[in-house]
Design a protein around this ligand. Structure first.
Ligand code: ATP
Length: 307
């Protein structure tokens, strides 16, 4: 019986390991939204990042040829600067970030990083130069330390802890009974959207890429969480070229330039102050609507706290 029990145990162990492995791979693909749409050119060189300047020039793109999504979009993200893209749902904002990360290729026009067309360099080198903080971060079924260290496997415990602090998630982790060894993911501790996003930011701080893509979650956050996330983003985007698909007022206000995308075209562009001056503009009306929503939420919170 003992002889039989050991192999069965072993099989159970292997099975669990494989299950875990599959979950990780599935999650990684979901995380990266991987689509095997693009291939490296034979002999493609690696991207050489000098400053990290990004240029979108006359970019056209459609997932389905019958339905154009981007119709001639041109803008730049100068090295070390932050550009925020705003606009109605479905305007094509996230598509811009997917094209920069090269999940898909543009159908017309170019996207370059320091003058190199993203289609001409290896995907591996392109993606290692870009940190992506997605809207909805998928966590691995593993410890919180593992999930942060994923940004730079081999990082020391001290580096992982420092990244967590910088991402404003350190105190939350320190208060967990198991600290950094706490299991998260589907079978572990369930983190809120804001906490997951801060784990993703900690991961990106460890990776330390010259270019950053932030796809902010659309879901409303309470004011305190929003402030914590903003503080974490300020750390990670400092001195990095940052493209933000923005849904929050705080990110938009501090951006060097705001691009207002509507129906796949740039409807307005400028700084927050410049865009607000156009009182009948799309940005001004979006801003006023959002501000009213935030004020209503704050009043509600104040009432709740006074109860
Ligand atoms: P939101 O603010 O709601 O996130 P968005 O401006 O980021 O919207 P995108 O995600 O860029 O919008 O999508 C633009 C359009 O392309 C949408 O109409 C969407 O349905 C469509 N789309 C997105 N991904 C795909 C896909 N993989 N295949 C086909 N159509 C897609």
């Amino acid at each position: 019986l003992i002889q039989l029990a050991i192999p069965l145990n072993f099989i159970g162990f292997v099975y669990r390991e494989i299950r875990q492995g599959l979950t990780d791979i599935e999650q990684m693909f979901a995380l990266l939204e991987v689509e095997e749409e693009v291939q490296d050119r034979p002999g493609a060189p690696d991207l050489v990042v000098t400053d990290g300047a990004i240029v979108f020039r006359d970019v056209h793109f459609a997932y389905d040829p019958a339905r154009p999504i981007l119709k001639g979009v041109s803008f730049e993200v100068p090295a070390g600067r932050t550009v925020a893209v705003v606009g109605p749902s479905g305007a094509g904002k996230s598509t811009l970030s997917r094209l920069l990360y090269r999940f898909y290729d543009v159908q017309q026009g170019t996207i370059t990083v320091d003058g190199q067309d993203v289609r001409d360099v290896t995907q591996k080198s392109l993606r290692s130069a870009i940190g992506m903080v997605p809207q909805d971060t998928v966590l691995f079924n593993d410890t919180i330390a593992y999930n942060i260290r994923y940004g730079r496997p081999g990082a020391s415990d001290a580096d992982v802890a420092a990244a967590a602090e910088a991402a404003q998630i350190g105190s939350f982790i320190r208060h967990l009974p198991e600290g950094f060894s706490a299991m998260v993911g589907e079978r572990g501790l369930k983190l809120s959207g804001g906490e997951k996003q801060r784990v993703a930011i900690a991961r990106t701080i460890l990776k330390s890429p010259p270019i950053l893509i932030l796809d902010e979650a659309t879901s409303a956050l309470d004011t305190r969480t929003e402030q914590e996330i903003q503080a974490a983003l300020d750390v990670v985007s400092r001195n990095r070229t940052t493209l933000v698909i923005a849904h929050r007022l705080s990110t938009v206000v501090s951006a060097d330039e705001i691009i207002v995308l509507k129906d796949g075209m740039i409807a307005e562009r400028g700084t927050h102050g410049e865009l607000l001056q156009r009182e009948d503009g799309l940005y001004a009306s979006m801003w006023n609507r959002q501000r009213e929503a935030v004020q209503a939420e704050e009043r509600l919170q104040a009432v709740r706290e006074s109860d």
